[in-house]
Design a protein around this ligand. Structure first.
Ligand SMILES: NC(=O)c1ccc[n+]([C@@H]2O[C@H](COP(=O)([O-])OP(=O)(O)OC[C@H]3O[C@@H](n4cnc5c(N)ncnc54)[C@H](O)[C@@H]3O)[C@@H](O)[C@H]2O)c1
Ligand SMILES: O=C(O)[C@H](O)COP(=O)(O)O
Length: 529
């Protein structure tokens, strides 16, 4: 049974998915005081949260059994990702579920800032004032909207404001320029250019060290007089003190703000201004968005707990956009080759260089990750997974590097792992995948040979002279060990041979010793994949 605890409110649709799982014990703790909450999570296997739960180092220290954190939304700035990764906890988010809700919320704030609708509504209904002069607005048509951060939400805001007839200027150094230009937006190389020309500025970046207080006093001074500012992304991207000063001086015409540096926020100095439209982090709050996010995160958490997949894992370092079916098979091969190497070498491996050739050249990050999991699983007792492997490797001084294989090879797709160990000793193994699910080692240390990387394999090296292999067979037979497959490679120049002997059961060290005592034997090792 897996214990899943829902720590913030998610949609009933998401809850229903979790309830249907027979091997999940579900607990809802969205009403538990946030200070008390971690103490109630000591045996939780997975938790589901939103932005209201801060998951820091101290929080995680209570969660001894935690394997998965599901963030029902985009922002993971409330989670200590490094600490979660060190603990091998996979963090998943649902980045696309609330994009439209946040986009439309941004548009609502923008239009309010242009037309002062909430004020007019308030004065008419509650003050009974029919004032048609006071609430004179301005049009979006013909204005320049500066968008900082052209990701999922920023790009959708761009399309919507352009449909109103506004011009769009984008600042986002991390996107291809065409992403902006193909929809008719202008992209600028530095923020100042955007600040100078925009009538309205809206920010849609994540909160990072670089974006925190990205808009401060100095940036506001560079803006047009009467600028409108919107923040529906994260509190602290605009410096709140600088916003206050800008509003006080009249430099800022209006501010639409959904997010605050400290939340919940009941009494912020910005609330004193009539031209500040503030909402309590409502960007994602539509029925549609919450159904998408709740369902999506519930499914992802179940999948991750059961090891079926890690969709939207934010702390698994696989940066490739999409991995093909063949690529996935090579990842499995890379893990098994790593495991083979560390069992074979049985010594401290200081560096592994992974060379990739063919279609898999685009998967170098993932190949590195999967190989390191294979290597580390045999090297250390701790639970190794795709989340903590990079940390464990670093901690143990194991360097993993990935490169393109630039030598000639007969294989369409090929993987070569070169391990350096002890004092400058090196070993190389090569592998490929023939047709679906036929992953093989095809090369080891100068020997061309081929064997499927599964089960119990004895790796035997000897001088290439008659009678030796027969004696190996005899010893194994005497101990009732059945040979399932036998592959031999020869290096005639050296007068040496290398065999992979696949056996039906694991052989003990005494049998290996007996084989090694054969005249002409050089080395022997066993690996279990
Ligand atoms: N108010 C809400 O309820 C709500 C809802 C959803 C998302 N959000 C927040 O909105 C923001 C955007 O979400 P998204 O889904 O569009 O994210 P995204 O990852 O799709 O887009 C972020 C964009 O910001 C850009 N960026 C990063 N650093 C930058 C920098 N220094 N300067 C300029 N651009 C930079 C990235 O290149 C990327 O294109 C996030 O902070 C997210 O947490 C808020
Ligand atoms: O990052 C997000 O997804 C939004 O800020 C929404 O956060 P919420 O799930 O706490 O509403």
């Amino acid at each position: 049974m897996y214990k899943v605890v829902v720590c913030d409110t998610i949609s009933d649709a998401g809850i229903e998915i979790l309830k249907k799982e027979k091997d999940i014990e579900l607990q809802i703790k969205s009403d538990v005081n946030k200070k008390e909450l971690p103490k109630q999570l000591t045996d939780a296997d997975a938790i589901i949260t939103r932005s209201s739960t801060t998951i820091d180092k101290e929080f995680l220290s209570f969660c001894e059994n935690l394997k998965v954190i599901g963030r029902a939304g985009v922002g993971v700035d409330n989670i200590d990702l490094d600490e979660a990764s060190k603990r091998g906890i996979v963090v998943l988010n649902m980045p696309t579920g609330n994009t439209l809700a946040a986009t439309e919320h941004t548009m609502t704030h923008m239009l309010n800032c242009l037309r002062f609708m909430p004020n007019a509504n308030y004065e008419l209904k509650y003050k009974h004032k029919w004032d048609r002069k006071k609430w004179m607005g301005i049009e979006l048509y013909g204005k320049t909207v500066g968008i900082i951060g052209m990701g999922r939400i920023g790009s959708r805001v761009a399309i919507r404001v352009m449909s109103f007839g506004a011009n769009v200027v984008v600042y986002d150094p991390y996107i291809p320029k065409e992403k902006a230009t193909k929809i008719g937006a202008k992209i600028v190389d530095n923020l100042d250019e955007l600040l100078k020309v925009s009538d309205i500025i809206t920010i849609h970046t994540p909160k990072t060290e670089e974006t925190y207080n990205m808009i401060d006093k100095e940036e506001i001074e560079k803006m047009k007089d009467g600028v409108i500012l919107i923040n529906c992304a994260r509190g602290g991207l605009y410096n709140e003190k600088a916003l206050y000063e800008g509003l006080k001086s009249g430099k800022i015409r209006a501010l639409g703000i959904d997010v605050f540096e400290n939340e919940p926020q009941l009494n912020h100095p910005l609330f004193e201004f009539d031209n500040v439209f503030a909402t309590p982090h409502l960007g994602a709050n539509t029925y549609e968005s919450q159904i998408r996010v709740g369902e999506g995160i519930a499914r992802s958490v179940v999948d991750a707990l059961k090891g079926r997949g890690y969709e939207n894992a934010v702390n698994i370092k696989m940066e490739e956009e999409e991995i093909t079916e063949l690529g996935k098979q090579f990842l499995g091969l890379a893990e098994r080759m790593g495991s083979f190497l560390s069992q074979y070498i049985k010594s401290f491996i200081k560096r592994v260089t992974i060379y990739a050739h063919g279609e898999i050249e685009s998967c170098t990050n993932s190949l590195g990750l999967f190989s390191s999991v294979g290597i580390l699983k045999n090297m250390i007792d701790e639970h190794v997974n795709y989340v903590n492997a990079p940390y464990l490797a670093k901690e143990r001084g194991l360097e993993i590097e990935t490169k393109i294989y630039d030598k000639a090879t007969e294989f369409k797709n090929y993987l070569l792992l070169e391990a350096e160990y002890d004092d400058n000793k090196k070993i190389e193994i090569g592998g490929t995948v023939f047709e679906p699910n036929k992953a093989r080692i095809v090369y080891m240390d100068g020997f061309d040979m081929e064997i499927e990387l599964t089960g119990n394999i004895i790796v035997f090296r000897n001088y290439d002279k008659p009678g030796i292999i027969g004696k190996v067979g005899e010893i194994l037979g005497k101990h009732n060990i059945n040979i399932a497959d036998f592959r031999l490679g020869r290096k005639q120049a050296l007068g040496e041979a290398l065999s992979f002997i696949k056996v039906d059961q694991e052989v003990n060290d005494a049998i290996l010793k007996e084989i090694l005592s054969i005249d002409g034997a050089i080395s022997i090792a066993k690996v279990k994949i």
